[in-house]
Design a protein around this ligand. Structure first.
Ligand code: PLP
Length: 451
């Protein structure tokens, strides 16, 4: 790309003008031009690899589906095509898109102070920590805020190393904790790790849901003189396809970690804040971990936000030099305003209960479909509105995902990885939209060739 400073400024200026126009007033010609240019821009400036993987490009007809606006559980593209969102941004949109109360709080904070000076004490961050301390189980109390889920996990790993003076971790096969180098070390999938080895030293992986395997690994580590700082797991595995562990798993992890003097770290980035039908995933089993990681829905689907929290006893190691772990923008006032408003919405709308009831409703319908149309579904798993549909093959999964897309329903699922599709809508999605999405799914399934 040849350097053209004038053009850079001109294009930025033009686009800011479009952004500033009220959403309904941008002309159709401008929106078509944007849809066309966005594909080119992905191809030329982001990563052309994406274009082959997105249904919004490959299945959309003459104009790629270009995200424009949305409200609640409806996404609207630049050409005003509407989609029911049952992907929920992989757990980001627990409150729906642009929840009015969250947007209102963020706008108000934007007009007061969007970022911190870095020197004065910031009231929003302090308040949010206090609120989360009240909300979390057991003696979890102190927290640190960041912007992405992976940063929360990185922080949790550092805290565990500081506190225990040890270096290793045990994490779970198929687990997902983010893609920066530290979190990636915990990942339980070959594809993303292998090209980057060696990652952090001393990480061992065991099957998810098998507490004996964790204990065995801790015994092995002791026997050979390796040290383990912590055991890291998602309460319910999200990325792996909404995998629920046996009921005694988390209580046993708690016991085992206490017995061997290692920290229990719950990655609640996807399960936190109502998603699975309780405020936190660990609440299903009344377990208090030593460290909890949050992300995704924490920011209310408006501003990115994450954090990790722990107990006063463990947090003491952060006190002599609080600059051992810092971030310039983590926990900024906009993000905190968004999170505080999101928590009020979670409470007012009783989102954990909604997730629980709607999750049961959806699973019942999916199970009925699986009975009516055999040879399509392998398993249906999950809790609350973190639901995984495992199909018998990638082809069938992709046929379902693309058939839904053609009928105006957004799900994940790519050609190469469609065997498992998550059903993860906003927790306050109206039943009518759930029904519409499920009816369309049944519609698609009816058209599939019989095995
Ligand atoms: C999404 C996710 C992460 C990573 O969050 P990012 O914001 O994408 O970095 C970490 N852990 C779990 C359990 C997740 O689902």
């Amino acid at each position: 790309m040849t350097r053209d400073i004038k053009k850079a400024f001109q294009e930025a200026t033009d686009f800011v003008d479009i952004i500033k126009q009220p959403v309904g007033e941008v002309s159709l010609d401008d929106r078509k031009a944007i849809a066309t240019e966005t594909v080119e821009n992905f191809r030329d400036y982001i990563n052309k690899g994406f274009l082959e993987y997105r249904k919004s490009v490959t299945e959309a007809g003459s104009f790629a589906v270009t995200e424009w606006t949305g409200q609640g559980s409806i996404l609207v593209d630049a050409l005003e095509r509407e989609y029911i969102d049952i992907l929920g941004g992989f757990g980001l949109y627990s409150y729906g898109i642009r929840h009015p109360k969250i947007v209102e709080a963020v706008k108000a904070q934007l007009d007061r102070s969007p970022q911190y000076s870095q020197e004065m004490l910031d009231p929003l961050r302090a308040k949010l920590a206090r609120v989360i301390a009240h909300l979390t189980p057991g003696d979890i109390q102190y927290g640190f805020f960041a912007n992405s889920g992976t940063e929360a996990v990185e922080g949790a790993m550092k805290l565990a190393k500081f506190y225990t003076g040890k270096k290793g971790f045990i994490s779970m096969l198929k687990g997902f904790h983010g893609k920066t180098l530290g979190s990636l070390s915990l990942m339980g999938k070959n594809d993303y790790r292998a090209p980057l080895l060696p990652l952090l030293e001393g990480v061992r992986h065991v099957p998810f849901g098998d507490a004996d395997a964790v204990e065995q690994e801790l015994k092995n580590a002791l026997a050979v003189g390796d040290d383990i700082a912590g055991v890291v797991a998602e309460p319910i595995q999200g990325e792996a396809g909404a995998i629920v562990p046996p009921d005694d798993y988390w209580p046993r992890l708690r016991e085992i970690c206490d017995k061997y003097g290692v920290l229990l770290i719950a990655d609640e980035v996807q399960t936190g804040f109502g998603r699975t039908g309780e405020i936190f995933g660990v609440d299903h089993w009344d377990v208090t971990p030593d460290i909890m990681c949050f992300g995704k829905a924490l920011g209310g689907g408006v501003v990115p936000m994450s954090g990790f929290f722990s107990t006063p006893k463990i947090w003491e190691v952060m006190e002599p030099n609080p600059f051992m772990h810092t971030t310039t923008t983590g926990g900024n006032p906009l993000a905190c305003a968004s999170a505080l408003a999101a928590l009020t919405v979670m409470h007012e709308e009783d989102l954990p209960r909604q997730a629980k009831e709607k999750g049961e409703y959806v699973k019942k319908r999916l199970n009925e479909m699986a009975d009516t149309y055999p040879g399509i579904f392998d398993t249906i798993s999950g809790r609350g509105l973190l639901i995984g549909m495992q199909f018998v093959s990638d082809e069938i999964g992709y046929a379902v995902a693309s058939g839904l897309f053609a009928r105006g329903v957004i799900t994940a699922g790519t050609l190469t990885n469609a065997k498992c599709i998550r059903f993860e809508p906003a927790l306050n999605i109206p039943y009518e939209l759930l029904d519409e999405a499920l009816n369309k799914m049944e519609d698609v399934i009816k058209t599939l060739p019989k095995n």
